[in-house]
Design a protein around this ligand. Structure first.
Ligand SMILES: Nc1ncnc2c1ncn2[C@@H]1O[C@H](COP(=O)(O)OP(=O)(O)OP(=O)(O)O)[C@@H](O)[C@H]1O
Ligand SMILES: Nc1ncnc2c1ncn2[C@@H]1O[C@H](COP(=O)(O)OP(=O)(O)OP(=O)(O)O)[C@@H](O)[C@H]1O
Ligand SMILES: [Mg+2]
Ligand SMILES: [Mg+2]
Lengths: 256, 256
């Protein structure tokens, strides 16, 4: 029985896409069958996996409108054991399209729940917002990974995100867990970086993954080649960090 | 006659808030009268100027709903010559509130156009999205500054943003100019950083500011003290970069 995990944080640029793409690729290396759903109109996860966004004809938009099944929307990637439902720029319009539907928060859940039978992990990359698109991902998910950049502004928005998760748990998805908080872009030379790690570990203790993702330029180079870090530079610190994260998550979810 | 400038880019974490706060403070140092409007529900510009977001009772939300005039919503900051209209978490709801109004894109424009008489510059910090809130800012503005992080994903979204600006110019605001593209978080030691600068200068030539904002940890430390970079560390590279940017903009807009 597979697990659906949303990667969400309304703060921009904290490493949501980098985490979704590289965790998905790392789980694939550990022989897990993985599906990545790009739920961000920016379509960075789609291009980060080497797919030409301009040529995408269908994907998450059709999935949410229920004009196409998940099976029909799934495409293969070069990354072993990793499939993708791509995003397209039309996804920007989905929030206005869904606003008047009765079950507007449940469109994703209805479209993907059965995929737990064919994948070990379904990872959903979210946009930097807490709008209807992200609400759909949180309602469909079993758990959420919260990337937290080791910067001051990243701490500010955490309270708001946790409140949103609580209200999703109350109203739409009582089973929603927090898979973990992931510290990203950590630079051990910077006092601020160390302060943020200390602060987050103090407040959230065992909700925080042991694995910390360090700042590593290879991670920001990989998407320009349309490759995950595993394919681009498996010997890099970034690859080691994300493989460790994959191990940590698989270990935690032993029963999968 | 003052100028209204929106600082916008739907890509998250590219330096919109850092630019708005520190450019506003730098223009204040150059004896310009400046108003900063925080149009992002994250309220990072508000907290970055030392205002306690939890204690904010009114601000950009009331401004857009027209339940309070700009004058009533303006508060003073510790930064010389810099006033603020703060954001509050209720701003998240404004997009749904405005959707059914006839003139939904013009609510900001109507509320702030007269402020050109009392300020030299009105800077609007936008959220990482191209929704109704950002559309309001682009419709109200004379020009837009586009921060571009020296990273690969930052280039990807540029086309979409320029298309949005074009459609705002066509439908809502024919006078909207591009004040400039600002390269941010530049690290001269990184090949990727240099490639992005080259690419952007090649494609956009004189639309790109001469001033480049370098990656500088003092810029990310300052908001944790609620201070602009000028107040926090006027001798830092970050302060020098933003003061240079302020000079460049004032020179370009000589007639103000
Ligand atoms: N550990 C890291 N080391 C170095 N660079 C990183 C790291 N993680 C992410 N980056 C870079 O930082 C930028 C922001 O990361 P990313 O785009 O993954 O964040 P995001 O949260 O998905 O952004 P958005 O809010 O726009 O969706 C990207 O250019 C990415 O390549
Ligand atoms: N030149 C710089 N050098 C070092 N750090 C920087 C620089 N500019 C911004 N930062 C840091 O990078 C992070 C992202 O910047 P900022 O929050 O200003 O981006 P943003 O575009 O406003 O993000 P959002 O999309 O969430 O609104 C912040 O933690 C900020 O302190
Ligand atoms: Mg992303
Ligand atoms: Mg911001």
């Amino acid at each position: 029985m597979g697990k659906i995990i949303a990667i969400a944080n309304q703060k921009g640029g904290v490493g949501k896409t980098t985490t979704t793409v590289n965790l998905a690729a790392s789980l694939g290396v550990l022989e897990k069958k993985v599906l990545l759903i790009d739920a961000d109109p920016q379509a960075n996860a789609t291009s980060g996996l080497g797919i030409d966004v301009e040529s995408v004809e269908f994907g998450t938009y059709q999935l949410l409108e229920h004009t196409m099944s998940a099976q029909e929307a799934i495409i293969k990637t070069d990354s072993p054991n990793l499939d993708l439902i791509p995003a397209h720029i039309d996804l920007v319009a989905i929030e206005i399209e869904l606003v008047d539907k009765d079950e507007r928060e449940y469109m994703m859940k209805k479209a993907i729940s059965h995929l737990r039978d064919s994948y070990d992990y379904v990872l959903i990359d979210c946009a930097p917002s807490l709008g209807l698109l992200t609400l759909n991902a949180l309602t469909a998910a079993d758990a959420v990974i919260i990337p937290i950049q080791c910067e001051y502004f990243a701490l500010e928005g955490l309270g708001k995100l946790l409140n949103t998760i609580k209200s999703v748990q109350k109203i739409h998805n009582p089973n929603l867990d927090i898979e973990g908080m992931l510290l990203t872009m950590f630079d051990s030379r910077l006092r601020l970086s160390n302060q943020v790690v200390e602060e987050v570990r103090k407040h959230f203790a065992d909700m925080v993954f042991d694995t910390i993702i360090q700042r590593n330029v290879r991670l920001s180079e990989a998407p320009s080649y349309g490759e995950s870090i595993i394919k681009y530079d498996a010997s890099s610190k970034g690859a080691t960090n994300y493989l460790n994260l994959a191990h940590e998550i698989v270990k935690k979810n032993k029963e999968i």
